[in-house]
Design a protein around this ligand. Structure first.
Ligand code: UD1
Ligand code: UDP
Length: 382
């Protein structure tokens, strides 16, 4: 075998650490391969998420290699962050000359990585390609559409994602004789859910710490900008969670964006109406998995948490008007409750006694291995 193929992985936000953990581990297994071209990975952390509880904890718990570069770019507006990231990532790519740039999901770090690479003619592989909400108010929708356009290899997690891309005319021609490759590879978050389940059982004490009993609490997460940055909407969501907390404990690990917006609200909703919600700091993944598995219902606007509810057989209420994970709605595992107090409470009542059967909607738990195998082939150069 010749030299190791170098891959530059660009990550920056919480869900990307979890996704990248699975692929980094598979790259580690492949690095001594005699069957295929061994790969070496350069990890670039943009710094988009920077609190210990939003970043470092995942590297520690999930044994992700220490980033080779931390660009320290977080806390600004979308445009400012994205622009600064492009500039800094470009400098790393010029120095490292990777064969591939690997990006995940739909954050500002994803778009910056894809743009910096494409302009240098370095092929981009996009994990979680093809997802669409068809709502361009979401910054994520813009990021994912553009990242897909810029990618050579589009790793889709579902058949729906493949169909979305085909509707948009993918695969596109890249040069006169090469075109994009779109492939249903399954979901690396399913790999993570399976791999870390045992570790979570061994290491997590969160049930004891919070004095919770299985199936006697609701786990909620709220962080989407459309929900948090609209005070009326945020109050409505909190109002619903408070009403539900009158029936069953509600545990809410607070994303920093949500915490900031709650502090800006007048004191009445938080102090008087939301007193019964238990607000906690953001959790590490192993504690999060433990709470997810033991929750009676999960109420969320997170993309990843919707799927994890399903992986752990827990009914889910999504606090949005649409979702990228439509197969969960079709399977009856998730219900779209909108963002009004009344409809969220109705969603909870509808879902609370549902039994969820987990089937293989998201692959076989070895998506990361398949991604690495494809990246190690030598036939993709454009
Ligand atoms: C980002 C992603 C979103 C993803 C989410 C995962 C974009 C456009 N959005 O949203 O798709 O679902 O991450 O959690 O990329 N902050 C801190 N400490 C941190 C991180 C953030 O205080 O460690 C605060 C900062 O004030 C920051 C705000 O949260 O301005 C928002 O962070 P940002 O990364 O811009 O967006 P998220 O809402 O986290
Ligand atoms: N997560 C976590 N701790 C928390 C909240 C979420 O470990 O306090 C994990 C969750 O299990 C999932 C991922 O973070 O794997 C989802 O990230 P997030 O909701 O921030 O972003 P999204 O998936 O919506 O992009």
């Amino acid at each position: 075998m010749g030299d190791k193929a170098k891959i530059a992985t660009i990550i920056g936000a919480r869900p990307q650490f979890i996704k990248a953990a699975t692929v980094s581990r598979a790259i580690g297994h492949n690095s001594h391969s005699t069957q295929s071209q061994p790969i070496t990975e350069i990890l670039v952390h943009t710094g988009q998420h920077y609190d210990d509880s939003m970043s470092e904890v995942f590297f520690r718990e999930l044994e992700i290699p220490k980033p080779d570069y931390n660009l320290g770019i977080g806390g600004g507006t979308h445009g400012r962050n994205t622009g600064r990231m492009i500039e800094a990532i470009e400098a790393v790519l010029i120095k490292e000359k990777p064969r591939w740039v690997l990006v995940y999901g739909d954050t500002d770090s994803t778009l910056a990585g894809a743009l910096a690479a494409a302009k240098l003619h370095i092929p981009v592989a996009h994990v979680e390609a093809g997802l669409r909400s068809y709502n361009r108010i979401m910054p994520e929708e813009i990021n994912r559409i553009l990242a897909d356009q810029l990618s050579t290899l589009l790793f889709c997690p579902t058949e729906t994602a493949i169909a979305n891309l085909k509707k948009e005319g993918f695969p596109n021609k890249l040069t006169a004789d090469t075109e994009q490759t779109i492939i249903n590879i399954g979901d690396v978050m399913y790999d993570a859910a399976l791999f870390y389940a045992t570790k979570s059982e061994e290491k997590s004490c969160i049930m004891r710490t919070l004095q919770l009993e299985p199936k006697k609490f609701v786990l909620a997460t709220i962080h989407r900008a459309e929900n948090t940055d609209n005070p009326e909407r945020l109050k409505g969501i909190l109002d619903a969670l408070s009403q539900i907390a009158g029936e069953i404990s509600v545990i809410l690990p607070l994303h920093p964006r949500t915490k900031k917006q709650l502090e800006l609200l007048d004191s009445s909703p938080l102090a008087q109406r939301s007193f019964s919600i238990t607000f906690i700091e953001p959790l590490g993944y192993l504690d999060m998995v433990m709470l997810e598995k033991n929750a009676k219902v999960i109420i969320t606007d997170s993309g990843g948490v919707q799927k994890e509810a399903y992986f752990h057989g827990v009914p889910c209420v999504t606090v949005r008007n649409e979702t990228e994970w439509v197969e969960l709605i079709e399977a009856g595992a998730n219900c779209l409750a909108g963002t009004r107090s009344k409809t969220i409470c109705e969603g909870f009542q509808k879902m609370k006694d549902q039994t969820i059967e987990t089937t293989r909607l998201y692959g076989d738990g070895n998506s990361a291995g398949k991604i690495v195998k494809l990246l190690s082939k030598d036939c993709w150069r454009i």
